[in-house]
Design a protein around this ligand. Structure first.
Ligand code: SAM
Length: 344
């Protein structure tokens, strides 16, 4: 018997890694073609029916639905394809927790930028925008970018805020200041969960316009307001809040810029006020977990920042003057934990 094979490392994980983008593109194309919307609420369709409904040939439909079924997006019953529970819940446009905005943004914006990842590593410069023409990622009023980026963030953050709200108790808080709050996804979810909470979305003026539309659509514009502003330029942040939230803000910037933002948060809070940093936290050994480590690499493509560790945040908060610093862990698409602290 040949025992040497037992000692050989399997190459199969390399195949899985190499074809990762095939899975992503199958998901993105199926979503773009409207496959999941087409199957939603039905008893399923055959390949021929789908070909007619989607207006494409049967051969590519067969290949696409087979690929989607192989990665858990579809199931096959009695010769018909149906949405899996995952696709039905999160990939059908119009549903409360539709994740398609995130998929679309990755496909249109980040997929081409990641095609130039080696260049980003060699030059230490982002590739999703032109650093010779823009000061940073958010220094743009391009309407397509506005629509794509914040729709993506809204999809990601709605799901993340739902988890954060379950793990971080805000029942004693009355006024939340959401720094760089984007579309207001966190504010909407947290105000729904905590009926006595009010919130302010602080963000750049064009983004506040996007947030306003979302707040009206959610029927929460009486409890959540927008405050246009710039946390890099402004010396002070709005006051009158007892909790400050920084969700996916710190990873956009350098440690020096982050410390400056934290100092402004500290100054804006009253004694006893709390701060919540929600992020995909890289582990202290800097070996993972994959979502955080890869989001960190995404920050090379997109920003001057990176995804930091809980220990780094804890140290920065203590240096800034915060006390009772602690980290809670949870699992969500846009965060795996939150670092919490209090102003003495
Ligand atoms: C990665 S997004 C996170 C959005 C939101 N916190 C969330 O988790 O859904 C970063 C946000 O920071 C905002 N931002 C960037 N620079 C800013 C600045 N100088 N002042 C205020 N907001 C800024 C962006 O407009 C964007 O909405």
């Amino acid at each position: 018997m040949d025992n040497t094979r037992d000692a050989v490392v399997s190459p199969l994980p390399l195949m899985q890694l190499s074809i990762g983008f095939w899975s992503f593109k199958a998901l993105a194309s199926a979503h773009e073609l409207g496959l999941f919307a087409c199957l939603s609420g039905t008893d399923g369709h055959t390949v021929d029916q789908l070909a007619e409904l989607l207006g494409v040939d049967a051969r590519p439909v067969e290949l696409l639905v087979t690929a989607c079924a192989s990665v858990g997006l579809l199931e096959r019953r009695d010769g018909r394809y149906v949405n899996s529970a995952l696709a039905e819940e999160f990939l059908v446009p119009g549903k409360a927790f539709h994740f398609g905005g995130w998929v679309r943004m990755l496909d249109r914006r980040l997929y081409p930028a990641w095609g130039r990842l080696t260049e980003a590593v060699r030059t230490n410069r982002p590739t999703s925008w032109d650093p010779d023409k823009q000061a940073h990622l958010f220094d743009s009023e391009d309407p397509e970018l506005l629509a794509l980026f914040w729709e993506a963030m809204h999809a990601l953050s709605t799901l993340t805020a739902r988890e954060l709200g379950a793990y971080v108790d805000l029942s004693d808080s009355t006024a939340l200041l959401d720094i760089g709050g984007g579309s207001g996804a966190y504010d909407i979810e947290l105000c729904r969960r905590y009926p006595s909470l009010r919130a302010t979305v602080f963000d750049l003026p064009p983004v506040c316009e996007i947030a306003s539309t979302k707040l009206v659509a959610a029927g929460l514009d009486d409890r959540i307001v927008v405050a246009p502003g710039d946390f890099l330029e402004y010396a002070e942040l709005p006051t009158g809040h007892d909790v400050v939230l920084l969700s996916m803000i710190m990873h956009d910037w350098t440690p020096e810029q982050d410390l400056a933002i934290l100092r402004k948060c500290f100054a804006a809070l009253p004694s006893g006020g709390r701060i919540v940093i929600s992020e995909l936290l890289v582990n202290d050994e800097k070996t993972g977990p994959p979502a955080a480590a890869l989001m960190s690499l995404n920050m090379l493509v997109e920003t001057v920042g990176r995804n930091y560790t809980a220990a780094e945040y804890e140290q920065w908060l203590e240096v800034t003057g915060f006390v009772d610093v602690q980290t809670v862990s949870f699992e969500a698409p846009g965060a795996n934990g939150a670092v919490l602290a209090r102003k003495p």
